[in-house]
Design a protein around this ligand. Structure first.
Ligand SMILES: *[C@@H]1O[C@H](CO)[C@@H](O)[C@H](O)[C@H]1NC(C)=O
Ligand SMILES: *[C@@H]1O[C@H](CO)[C@@H](O)[C@H](O)[C@H]1NC(C)=O
Ligand SMILES: *[C@@H]1O[C@H](CO)[C@@H](O)[C@H](O)[C@H]1NC(C)=O
Length: 162
C-alpha cells in the first residue's frame, strides 16, 4: 500500500513535470515577489538576489518550482558567473511546487528531475532531520509559506555526478 501510494505520487509528479516543460506560462510576478519576501525573511538574501537577477529576462527558471536554497555563506564562497545564474538556479530547483511534507513521501533512492531535465536529484530520506537532495541536506524546510512557489534551505551547493 505504501509502495502503491509512492508510485502514484511519482506518476503525478512526472505528469506535473511534463506539463512544466514547455516553459510557456508566464510567471506570476506577485507570487514570485511573495516567495522572495519569504526568502529574505529567513535571511536567504543571496538566493533571493539570484532570482531577482533573472526576473524580466528570457532565461526564466522562475516558475512554480521548488527551490533548494544554499545559504549566503555557501553562495558567497562559490563562483557563479553572470551567464550561469539561470543554470545554477535550475540545478537548485524541482519543476513542481513541493512542500516538505510532499518531499517526505519519496523513499531513499528516488530520482526526481531537477529544473534541468537532463539532471536528476537523488533523494536520501531518513526523516525530517536527515533528508538529502544529492549531497545537500535540507536544514530549513518550508521557508516559502505564502506563495505557490515552494522553497527549502539546504546546507550545500548541490552537486551532480555528471
Ligand atoms: C498570483 O499570485 C498571488 C499570490 O500567490 C495570488 O493571490 C494571485 O491570485 C495569483 N494570480 C494569478 C493570475 O494566478
Ligand atoms: C519582476 O519584474 C516585474 C516586471 O518586470 C516586476 O513587476 C516585479 O516587481 C519584479 N519582481 C521582483 C520580485 O523583482
Ligand atoms: C543542463 O545540464 C546539461 C549538463 O547535464 C548542460 O550541458 C546544459 O547546459 C544544462 N541546461 C541548462 C538550461 O542549464
Amino acid at each position: 500500500m505504501a509502495l502503491l501510494r509512492c508510485c502514484l505520487f511519482i506518476i503525478l509528479f512526472l505528469l506535473g513535470f511534463a506539463e512544466s516543460q514547455p516553459f510557456t506560462h508566464p510567471i506570476n510576478h506577485t507570487d514570485l515577489q511573495v516567495a522572495i519576501g519569504d526568502m529574505r525573511a529567513k535571511s536567504y538574501y543571496g538566493f533571493a538576489m539570484l532570482l531577482q537577477m533573472l526576473n524580466g529576462t528570457t532565461a526564466q527558471p522562475i516558475r512554480d518550482f521548488t527551490f533548494l536554497m544554499p545559504d549566503d555563506k555557501q553562495l558567497s564562497s562559490s563562483s557563479i558567473f553572470v551567464d550561469e545564474v539561470g543554470e545554477f538556479l535550475l540545478k537548485h530547483a524541482i519543476p513542481m511546487p513541493l512542500h516538505f511534507n510532499d518531499l517526505s513521501h519519496f523513499p531513499t533512492g528516488t530520482l526526481v528531475p531537477s529544473g534541468n531535465s537532463s539532471r536528476m536529484i537523488r533523494i536520501y530520506n531518513r526523516g525530517k532531520r536527515d533528508f538529502f537532495v544529492n549531497n545537500a541536506k535540507i536544514v530549513s524546510a518550508n521557508v516559502c509559506l505564502n506563495s505557490v512557489i515552494k522553497c527549502h534551505g539546504v546546507d550545500a551547493i548541490i552537486d551532480y555526478d555528471n
